[in-house]
Design a protein around this ligand. Sequence first.
Ligand SMILES: *Cc1c(COP(=O)(O)O)cnc(C)c1O
Length: 480
Amino acid sequence: MIRYVSTRGGVAPTPFDRVVLEGFAADQGLFVPQRLPRLSVHDLQRLQPLSFPELAGEILSLFIDPASVPRADLDRLVSQSLAAFSTPEILPLRPLAETPDTWIMELFHGPTLSFKDLSMGFLIRVMDYFLEKEGRHLNLLLATTGDTGPAAAHAVAESRFIDCWPLYPAGGISPEQERQMTGLQTDRVHPVRVSGCPDGVNDLDLVIGKIFGDVALKEKLHLSSVNSINWCRVMFQAVHYFYGYFRVCDALDDSVVFSVPCGAFGNMFGGFLARTMGLPISGFVCAVNRNQALETLFSTGLLKQQPLCETLSPAIDIIVPYNFWRYLYYIAGEDPAKTAAWMACFEKTGELQLPPDILEKMSRTHKAISISDETTLATIRRVWATEGYLLDPHSAVALAGAERLSAAFGPAAKTVCLATAHPAKFPAVIGRAVDYPLPQHAFHPSLSTSSDRSTLGGSCPLPDLYRYLVSEIGKRSSHG
Ligand SMILES: *Cc1c(COP(=O)(O)O)cnc(C)c1O
């Protein structure tokens, strides 16, 4: 039987459906599998030729008890969650001409043009599946600065038992991202534009925290969330790495480095999970922008809360890389007592200094680097000029990071850079990197203003948000 425990060690072994629907473990730790599945060379050879959906079915089945989701249902949920992708390969890989042995893996061919569509589409469908069995309805409440809200809203539009309430700070997201939520044709999505948020999404998280902290209210309103710590999302993200590795390697002894633009460390944790399961990845470049908590952490072992800076790659403007705790749990040898003590120390003091032996283990597989906005723009400009290929700012951070650090894992490595968003989501940044008129690649039909049917959603000033949500969600729950 496949069961989950908490990185803090405070919950009984929990089945997959509870893990998905609850998100956080009750002891405020993160869910991890009780035993991690391991793959032999023989298993890997068997998986190598599979298509992305077939591979996803195989990998996910290692984490989901068939009593909870029978294999045929799992395969159906995977294929439904990938149905809206615009390429049959799902994640096409493109070799770069100017840098040998380097590929861009495009994770942005889903309906809202960011890699969040991959794991979010699957998570929402799995939730819907469990809710149908239980005869229940859920309201998902989340605050978004960028890509999470559109991905969740799009997936929920097709669900039967879920309503989604994405909150966003007025002016804090791009008009393209706003339209991806307000232009949907559904009565299940209720975007809320919140005015007067000096601390951006942080202000919204405080209101959500207050509502979730009231257990009776949370129950009454059937509330849950789908943020990046949900195990279902990180598990799905491991599949990206298996697929990328298999596409660039003929044999299983090639040396491959992945470069990942990191925010909450969820995507990167997927890579670490794949490696821990037995995929022979040489190492990871953890590429960040001026919000450099991860760079400090991987170079000194110090995790420290620093003020947020706004950059040209907003989806990775993050102060605390929350999935890092999961990573740390494995680095410490799956030791919940150590992890719990570290988390408690950080919560209490806003700071954590990791011991040298832990830092040494971390640096064997991970190197982190902070990339400036100037370098991000220069990378977009150069790759457009030399390759005729347009990177979005987050993907540019990953490539710039790879160019500086790939060689640190030894010579002759193949490098796969994760491209996490389509450039059309960030036309203002692209306009600063390349000359006008912008190339055709800077646009996408799904984002053109002519398809603007912005009809959904309400708006509310921050001081009224709590009352607004309780009343609006309450109305919806009563005839759920
Ligand atoms: C969310 C996001 C990231 C960061 O992913 P994490 O899992 O939070 O590290 C990177 N790029 C884009 C475009 C994103 O939307």
